[in-house]
Design a protein around this ligand. Structure first.
Ligand code: URP
Ligand code: ZN
Ligand code: ZN
Length: 474
């Protein structure tokens, strides 16, 4: 099967050019300026991209499908979550498989493989959450490299659930340093946060906004600082996930300026939502926006700081941390966000975004003048692929790369709302946001999976991605 995408403007992290793309099977085999006519004559399919951008399929390296959390499950499974991702122009995800206490890492990996295999619309890989650090799980970290798992997430938050203490974290970092793998850190001081939560509840402060109040920026920045210091001593690379506080970004920037192999991601919700506008609102609606690290107070200036850090490469990746829970009770999953009515500590943490990320970042980044077109592609496609060892197979348009390609129309607009999303969820956090541009056609490994606003792919088309090491390491 050969496809020609003709007449469009190809945008990668480093280039912008009028050229045509020739795809043979699953790969890009040629990019040229004048061959469209000849190629089109022998091609099985021609996609006319005149007036449109031709960009790499987006790469989301932080999703949670079917994750058990807070007494329920994330409402998107691998089938619904990856299909929603495809609608939004995302063609690769890296999800988190979980090793819980008493299990081996291999058990966790096998469990998550069983959930994903045969169900995904797009290609998928796994990080491992190491929830039980001991001599044998440390050894297993090395063994997972052969399976394409090269990144391990640890939690300084959630005591009694996924939390690891500093000794455990340090030992895992030493192991990663020895193996050449990377630690991903959920950096929040969970012990101090638990004290604040208990005290808040005992004072009757139970509304959703107290989720943020009991996770002040210092509980994030202290943990970022500590994680960076431990990683420096261990000689391990560190990737800090879902950063929301400007103070934490400052710690990361200092470490990077010192030359440390340290990296950070943020998520679109931290740059668009605030306690004032979205969480501290009448009733229980604020629960929709409860996640950790939390949405912060707009008045404290975190949003501008995150945008600046992204533009300056102090932050490198935009992911979603997609972990959605129904706001109103669902027929199948029952009570989700509303589990926390009357007690914010029981609201399941997380919100949707896997479908919206790429287009929301185009609107607020490119259209509104905060990021160049190239930087939009870099933070949503290329940097995530390089960070997680998938480049140039993923994250760019180049000869030899997988033909994961989005034709993006900058001249069509739409408004996000309940009717324009496709995941297993009853709300979008971008409700009412107008996007001046739209994903038009999505290809995954040479196959069109979205066109004319319809998903035309197959469940099970997505293949497991064996990943290599972080390609930014020096
Ligand atoms: O609120 C969040 N972030 N939920 C998902 C789990 C995690 O910590 O990434
Ligand atoms: Zn986390
Ligand atoms: Zn997460």
């Amino acid at each position: 099967m050969t496809t020609v995408i003709k007449g469009g403007t190809i945008v990668t992290a480093t280039e912008m050019m009028q050229a045509n793309v020739l795809i043979d099977g699953e790969k890009v085999v040629a990019i040229a300026q004048g061959s469209a006519q000849t190629w089109a004559e022998g091609a099985d399919r021609v996609i006319d991209a005149t007036g449109k951008y031709v960009v790499p399929g987006a790469v989301d390296v932080h999703t949670h499908f079917e994750l058990p959390f807070g007494g329920t499950y994330v409402s998107d499974n691998f089938e619904t979550g990856t299909r929603a991702a495809a609608y939004g122009g995302t063609t690769s995800v890296v999800d988190f498989a979980v090793q819980v206490k008493g299990e081996t890492i291999r058990d966790g990996f096998d469990n998550w493989m069983a959930k994903a295999e045969g169900n995904c619309a797009i290609d998928y890989g796994f990080h491992m959450i190491v929830g039980d650090i001991n001599d044998s799980s440390l050894k297993e970290m090395q063994a997972m490299i052969d399976d394409g798992v090269t990144t391990f997430k640890l939690f300084m938050a959630y005591p009694g659930v996924l939390y690891s203490d500093d000794g455990e974290i340090f030992r895992a970092m030493q192991q990663a340093a020895q193996d050449g793998t990377m630690i991903m850190m959920h950096a929040e001081n969970g012990i101090a946060i638990d004290v604040l939560r208990e005290q808040a509840v005992s004072r009757g402060e139970t509304d959703p906004k107290y989720h943020t109040v009991t996770r002040p920026p210092q509980t994030e920045s202290e943990a970022v600082h500590r994680a960076l210091a431990l990683a420096e001593v261990a000689g391990a690379p560190l990737y800090v996930v879902h950063m929301s506080a400007k103070e934490g970004v400052h710690e990361l920037t200092l470490a990077r300026d010192r030359g440390q192999n340290a990296f950070g991601e943020t998520c679109p919700h931290y740059m668009h939502l605030s306690v004032e506008d979205d969480i501290d609102v009448p009733g229980f609606e604020g629960a929709k926006y409860v996640c950790s690290t939390p949405i912060r107070f707009r008045s404290e200036g975190h949003q501008d700081a995150l945008w600046e850090a992204l533009a300056r490469n102090d932050l490198q990746v935009v992911s979603t941390d997609h972990a959605n829970f129904f706001y109103d009770d669902d027929e199948t999953l029952g009570r989700q966000k509303r589990l926390g009515e009357g007690d914010f500590t029981l609201i399941p943490n997380g919100l949707p975004g896997v479908e919206e990320r790429f287009q929301v970042m185009y609107q607020s980044g490119v259209v509104e003048g905060r990021l160049s077109l190239n930087r939009w592609i870099e933070v949503c496609c290329t940097a995530p692929a390089k960070m997680m060892g998938m480049y140039p197979q993923k994250g760019t348009i180049a000869v030899g790369s997988d033909a994961d390609i989005v034709v993006f129309d900058p001249n069509t607009s739409f408004v996000y709302g309940k009717d324009t999303i496709h995941g297993n969820i009853d709300y979008t956090v971008y409700d009412g946001m107008e996007i001046s541009g739209k994903v038009d056609t999505v290809m995954s490994r040479g196959k069109v999976i979205v066109e004319n606003d319809n998903y035309v792919g197959d469940k099970g088309h997505g293949q497991y991605l064996k990943r290599g090491m972080n390609q930014y390491l020096v």
